[in-house]
Design a binder for this molecule. Structure first.
Ligand code: 13P
Length: 249
């Protein structure tokens, strides 16, 4: 069965609640499609107004992060129940910015992935190498390690529903998009890795996105690759251009 594309925006730390509502009103008609899942991952404080603004549209509201405990003395964190109660179905886990600035590790990513599944939230699990790692020729080894640790203890049934976002760190926010060949090569390697951990069926079902300077001009070729099932989009998700990315065909 053909995998359904999933095109997600990662708003990062942008948009106040009222700006979020205005942006969704603008983008709603532009991102309308029946052909792909469209997800806007927004700052926690924007989730509820964004949900309201997106009502009746094809836009699904996701979160950018979540903690791996149920509740308690974790000042400033957001629990899985808070997300599900607000209607959230997707959460980005382990974005490279969270690894870099907020000390997330493969181990905390794994805990969050397990917790998200426990609550029926689909994780968008991020991985990606630095420029140095690419130059050292260890990209695939590094990505395989990130993916394997992220999926520890995850069942095949759960993994089949997960989303993995391959985001080379050197391509994020730099305007320097990976070549189609580079993106396809790593996404294919991720699928092979998932096949090794589980089986062919799981590898064939899991959705793998590319992220890093995706634009309206680069999206069509990237998303046409056999192992790229859509994108995780930063900067361009905050503009009308996101409509072109969603309707890339
Ligand atoms: P840009 O599209 O701005 O490069 O960001 C990519 C990203 O980090 C999405 O998670």
């Amino acid at each position: 069965m053909a995998r359904r594309k999933i095109i997600a925006g990662n708003w990062k730390m942008n948009m106040t609640p009222s700006e979020a509502v205005a942006l969704i009103e603008t983008l709603k008609p532009l991102v309308a499609t029946e052909e792909a899942d469209v997800v806007f991952c927004v700052p926690a404080i924007d989730i509820i107004p964004a949900m309201e603004a997106a009502k009746g549209s094809n836009i699904c509201i996701g979160a950018e992060n979540m903690y791996f405990e149920e509740k308690g003395a974790y000042t400033g964190e957001i629990s899985p129940n808070m997300l599900t109660d607000a209607g959230v179905k997707y959460v980005i886990i382990g974005h490279s910015e969270r690894r870099q600035y907020f000390a997330e590790t493969d181990e905390t990513v794994n805990k969050k992935v397990l917790k998200a599944f426990e609550h029926g939230i689909t994780p968008i699990i991020c991985c990606g190498e630095t420029l140095t790692q690419r130059e050292q020729g260890v990209t695939i080894d590094f990505i395989r390690q990130q993916v394997k640790i992220a999926l520890l203890g995850v069942s095949a049934e759960q993994a089949a529903t997960a989303v993995i976002a391959y985001e080379p760190i050197w391509a994020i926010g730099t305007g320097k998009v990976a070549t189609t060949e580079q993106a396809q090569e790593v996404c294919a390697a991720i699928r092979t890795c998932v096949g090794e951990i589980y089986d062919e069926a799981t590898a064939a079902a899991i959705r793998i996105q590319y992220g890093g300077s995706v634009s309206a001009s680069s999206a069509p070729e990237l998303f046409a690759q056999p192992d790229i099932d859509g994108g995780l989009v930063g900067g361009a998700a905050l503009k009308p251009d996101f409509g072109k990315i969603v309707n890339y065909k």
